[in-house]
Design a protein around this ligand. Sequence first.
Ligand SMILES: Nc1ncnc2c1ncn2[C@@H]1O[C@H](COP(=O)(O)OP(=O)(O)OP(=O)(O)O)[C@@H](O)[C@H]1O
Ligand SMILES: [Mg+2]
Length: 385
Amino acid sequence: MDDWNEAEGGYKKFVEMLITRRAVLPDRLGGNATPIAETVSSGAVNIKIGKEEGNGEPFAWTVNGVGYSPHIAIMGQVGSGKTRTMLEAILQMHRQTQAPVLLLDLGKGELADNAELARELGAEVLRVPQNPIGLDMFHGSCASEDIASDTVLGFRDSLTKVMQSRPGGKQLDHIREALKPLFSRNVRISMEGVRDCLKNYYEENEINIDSVISAINDLTERTIFRPEIAPADFFSRSWIITFGQARDTVKNLAAYLLLDALNVFLKNLQEASRDSEGHRAIRLILAVDEAKNLLASRHQGLSDNIRLHRSKGLVVLLASQSPDDYKGAGDDYLENIGLPICFKTNAVATAVIQNMFKGKVNFAALDTGVCLTLKDGRALRVKTF
Ligand SMILES: Nc1ncnc2c1ncn2[C@@H]1O[C@H](COP(=O)(O)OP(=O)(O)OP(=O)(O)O)[C@@H](O)[C@H]1O
Ligand SMILES: [Mg+2]
């Protein structure tokens, strides 16, 4: 009665008050209402990388300890040992936790040929575009109008990032208007569905074909996604995804949409449990080899995954050639990295790296197989081979 009086007889206001004040409902519902099974923490996950220079002891690092990030960044010039080191770290984590691994090879795609690796990880190998990615990447977009809008805008960002020229305001509007109904009413949306929907919208509104249409035409020439597996299922399995034969636009878009889907999926998950000493359960290991372009693109999905989801049990490993790859406007991913591993490179260390190593560091003089890393906050040389 108090509420009714306060609403002064306005029925709409009254209902709003019931919903917001009395029912304490969440603002929005998650698109992935079914979380993957709560992972039990497997205690401290320790990885060993090479031998410490000086005492020759194995260099060990606890991935999931308290008070620092579990993410690893590996840097170094061509052939310095980045990929080998990354794979070694992934395998050690996987052996201890059984956590699924999503390994993206954005370089030449040679990781697809590593049968031993796929076997150990229990991973399915995909060579895009010969093998499409079976992820339902817009899963749950139709759960509400808000989620549909968010999904459309997220997709639009990813699409415009791979377009050669940035679309203008009108074009951005067309994309949103065209796709909103598709995303709010359908499940298992394919890229081909997106293309057809855009084309129909252009036709119905007598809009001339422009760079948006030609971009989506290019991107759907081969099927890169087949929306069959829901994210909860997809991200519970291990995958090695390579893009050796794919054009850059296809490769980038696929990476963006994967990272967006992962971001949405993790947002809706509960925090990963910790053991009595605070070691967080590792739910998923995301590893990106040859991450240079991805880092440079400042993609929101990557940034969100790195910054926000370690409490959900995500561990990210990034390998790229130069510390410069992390430099740029906005985010500095390195600030969210727990372990830097720097092999020889002539690139000058960025301010953030200097900060991590608490002083001037020079990677140019490192011997083959030797990397500079951190132990208890101090720079340490480690011989990996
Ligand atoms: N742990 C190791 N033990 C022995 N040799 C190694 C090891 N790591 C790297 N190497 C040697 O260095 C070469 C390059 O290693 P890797 O492919 O890991 O480097 P990379 O930095 O990823 O190179 P690229 O820039 O070409 O991707 C290997 O082919 C191998 O000869
Ligand atoms: Mg490599």
